[in-house]
Write a protein that binds this ligand. Sequence first.
Ligand SMILES: Cc1cc2nc3c(=O)[nH]c(=O)nc-3n(C[C@H](O)[C@H](O)[C@H](O)COP(=O)(O)OP(=O)(O)OC[C@H]3O[C@@H](n4cnc5c(N)ncnc54)[C@H](O)[C@@H]3O)c2cc1C
Length: 358
Amino acid sequence: MIDYIVVGLGLAGITFCETLARHGKSFVAVDDESQQATKVAGGLYNPVVLKRFNPVWMAEEQLAFAIPFYKALEEKLGENLLYPSRIKRRFASIDEQNQWFEASDHPRLKNVLLQELQANTNPNIAAPFGFGIVAHSGRLATSLLVERYTELLRKQDQLIGESFLFDELQILGEGVQYRHIMARQIVFATGFGLVKNPYFNYLPMQGSKGEYIKIHCPDLRETEILKGAFFVLPEGNDEYLVGATYAWKDFENTPTAKARQQLTEKLDRILNCDYKLISQQAGIRPTVTDRKPLLGRHPVHKDLYVLNGFGSRGVMIGPWAADLLYRNIEEGNSLPAEIDLSRFKKKYFEAGQASRGS
Ligand SMILES: Cc1cc2nc3c(=O)[nH]c(=O)nc-3n(C[C@H](O)[C@H](O)[C@H](O)COP(=O)(O)OP(=O)(O)OC[C@H]3O[C@@H](n4cnc5c(N)ncnc54)[C@H](O)[C@@H]3O)c2cc1C
């Protein structure tokens, strides 16, 4: 019997698998590439909400965990994954500058929002009110991480590259069996794919579609991350990612003309130079109704777990949440109530699903 089956190899599955590997636990992962939030993510980490300049929930705790975690992964995979960078937040008005000053007094933002404003010196950007600078932020190369981690597990014979078939899961008295594999526990880290999971589809996964465009813009010459209505992320070779949008009713991973128009319209307002559209990509963020992660054990089946609900902040939440779930399962530590999926236990019983899958 192995220790774990992990279903899903996005940020949730990878951070959990890696946590298992660091603790010497045995596991196999199953992934069918049906969801792609991690692959298309901008990969930003940033301790402040840049709309109203509020601290991001648990950002300090999560970053303190995430940065060393990803650095160790860089070493293990022999690949650069982390790109620390400041963010230049474009001000739309004097009023916003004042809000920035006010926010920079907040004890949790003192070292994050730099007091000194930066005037715009780039003639190809329209920013008459200048920029506020956010420190302690940057990007993780999420798509490369998925590629390399998947490769590693494949090499180590720890990956089943197929859809997980729920009909083939048997819940034993102790542990589970999936086809010929017996495991002590199974962790579902399937992102928005959670809605198709018969054991956990009572959970209020809302989902939010996000889209980026990639442009080629040789005259822009920006090396730092820009934030106006959307992020503009320098990718090298005069290419930039611009996004991401939010949509709440379309759950297909396909790019839309509507998002493209939204992005280019906003971009045109801040750029004074031409650009060429290269590509567009879309994915579904696993967003929960209360905007908090979803971790923990099934209300009835004690060896079934979920790691999900990372919403728009998977980079920061992943390593921290994976560690909390690991310690919950292996050491019996309780999960913080606000992220424990047992906060939705009532829904499970209300939905009359207590007998499902048992
Ligand atoms: C456009 C966009 C931009 C974003 N930008 C950022 C950002 O800048 N910073 C940030 O922190 N976050 C960002 N996010 C959010 C981030 O991508 C997510 O929080 C995170 O990637 C979620 O990871 P996950 O592993 O839960 O889900 P996913 O990445 O969706 O992974 C789920 C995995 O499970 C697999 N799976 C699902 N069902 C099955 C099944 N039945 N059988 C087998 N495998 C299955 C899927 O194939 C997939 O690989 C962005 C998201 C989008 C869409």
